[in-house]
Design a protein around this ligand. Sequence first.
Ligand code: DI6
Ligand code: FE
Length: 402
Amino acid sequence: MTQNRKLFTDLNAATMQVSDTPYGMIENAAIAVSDGVIEWVGPLGAVPVAYADYPRSSLGGRVVTPALIDCHTHIVHGGDRAVEFEMRLNGASYEEVARAGGGIVSTVTATRAASEAELLADALRRVDVLIGECVATIEIKSGYGLDLETELRMLRVARAVAQHRPIRVKTTFLGAHATPAEYAGRDDAYIDEVCIPALRAAHAEGLVDVVDGFCEGIAFDTDQIARVFDVAVELGLPVKLHADQLSNIGGAKLAASYGALSADHIEYLDEDGVKAMAEAGTIAVILPGAFYTIRETQAPPIALLRKHGVPMALATDINPGSSPLNSLLLALNMGCTLFRLTPEEALRGATQNGARALGLTDTGTITAGMRADLAVWDIKHPAELSYRIGFNPLHSRIFGGT
Ligand code: DI6
Ligand code: FE
């Protein structure tokens, strides 16, 4: 029995389908939805008879886009690093901050000390802000536990987010994020004795959708990441990687060699790496919030990504250290202003390509067969979503058809 049928009318649909018109725009469109799935989209004048008697809902001439997708977040974490931010602005060096217990270590300490209920309550406050911008799908990483118990706790909280809010969550195991204090100087032992066993345990509990790592001079090298990825392959899990963010040690190339869903950050990615990503179908995830916060000066190689046809996604990277950016709309603006993405590329990055970076094929465009996750905006043109700074024009949010 089909219920919840609806025909949305009086709207301009930025479908984000790849078509001859920018944004895949269909003006004066209608969208037929049934049981949470888009059945048809097209010009209002061409609604097929099958949908003509669906209950109608006028959207007042507004712009409708796919609901947004934030494909890279660390939104579950304990504590914050505001005091450390203040210390640095008062002249403290990175070392002084670290010696005072700051940096990623302080977030690990706070996350280990937090209960599941506390982590969830904190995360939901941040998630609610994203929902207010019509984010309907988010990725959530572990990586601030760095011990088996806390990594699993973070992932359980990530799963719980979707039980408590109308949002879809993809979980990512990021045990290879940093080496915890108790393994200082013994990175390999951490990978073999903690990270990989934690991955196996989290997978056995059904907590892992994707496996990630931080491949960087200050984190793990390509051999260490490859050991984690080999286990991901064995478990049948897709991979993605924080790659080439602060330097190029071959992270994106390694990711591509594993057929990764995405390589993320990539400020220091070179053309060889871009080609490897193009061949592997690996999405480039652009994260302007981290670039801005750490005052990086090298921008990701946008022109090379375009040249070789690597699709670009755009995300917040919400985390308490390098990207306390709790707005995907602001990330769109930053992607345009800092990296010269076009507003269409930015929006595609937070819809169609965000979905691809998560391996999702049922969301990200307004197309028959896709989930009816839609954003109704009080705007005249989709470029307005990237244009304003700190303004949210959301009119209404349609999640699973309602
Ligand atoms: N890259 C980053 O920018 C963050 N993690 C990562 O892999 C930093 C996370 C933090 O500082 O807490
Ligand atoms: Fe990140």
